[in-house]
Ligand binder design. Sequence first.
Ligand SMILES: NC(=O)c1ccc[n+]([C@@H]2O[C@H](COP(=O)([O-])OP(=O)(O)OC[C@H]3O[C@@H](n4cnc5c(N)ncnc54)[C@H](OP(=O)(O)O)[C@@H]3O)[C@@H](O)[C@H]2O)c1
Length: 287
Amino acid sequence: MNILVTGCNGQLGTEMRKIAATDESHEWFFTDIDTFDICDATAVEAYFERHHIEICVNCAAYTAVDQAEDDKELAEKVNVQAPRLLAHACLRQGATLLHISTDYVFDGQGDHPYREDEPTAPVSVYGRTKRDGELAIIDSGCHYVIVRTAWLYSSTGKNFVKTMLRLADTHDTVSVVCDQKGTPTWAGDLAQTLTLLIGKYRNGPVAEVFHFTNEGVTNWADFAAAIFDLAGKPCKVLPITTNQYPTRATRPAYSVLDKTKIKQALGIEIPHWRDSLAKCLKEFTIK
Ligand SMILES: NC(=O)c1ccc[n+]([C@@H]2O[C@H](COP(=O)([O-])OP(=O)(O)OC[C@H]3O[C@@H](n4cnc5c(N)ncnc54)[C@H](OP(=O)(O)O)[C@@H]3O)[C@@H](O)[C@H]2O)c1
């Protein structure tokens, strides 16, 4: 199969590249904004035709959650209009779009893990654009698999794990919010799962939304403490409330995702977030 991965220099895209490096059963095409802007309608159409794309894994996105509040136009372009263009290109080619979305499509007022069919109600520009991107794909009529994930990190790119490791080198104590619950997700585990989804749905037709995160539930303060513990950093965590750490964008207070559907569809067990964090941290020491 000819598989296009957009946003290949991001956290998830980088993990997809690592997997593809040892996979000779598909022809992989890796692009990022420097080679292929997914907001450019002509470029999207031409790329799909020229390379006979059969599966598009859209790892590209506008992911700066706070910045999006002031940069609505670009967030809308990358997270809504571009997925619409990719979906229409897939429709024309009979290809399948594997698109990544977020726990931020929910308002976070829930008290049980969110299922795929529960109503969305984003509370930030980022969340709203990601939700509208999902709807644009669904409305297009293309074959699609949408995977919502949460609290993504890896050894590359900008993320919470890297920020905490950096702070630990210069601080004895860091203040971290303890009243937002969710599940950290290692991009390496998500990338593996995407390849299983490609295997299962490669021949379409398909129209599915799945939730995927690592197992377990935590909050940012306990996540930070686990990072310091596993990385052997003496830094301490001072738990604070969201009110004590105001940010430009509102975050959902509770964004745990129910993964029953993807576990049943793929027959998989998902690693606990702490085990995957330990694995990812080893990559930091190897570098
Ligand atoms: N990070 C999280 O915590 C999180 C949580 C839940 C869901 N997600 C979703 O998971 C997916 C992957 O996230 P990630 O953390 O891997 O993102 P990321 O590291 O920010 O990577 C996104 C990549 O897309 C590129 N890009 C931006 N605009 C583009 C355009 N117009 N054309 C082509 N490429 C473009 C970016 O380039 P530049 O860096 O140059 O902009 C970057 O290389 C996204 O859909 C995101 O919404 C992420």
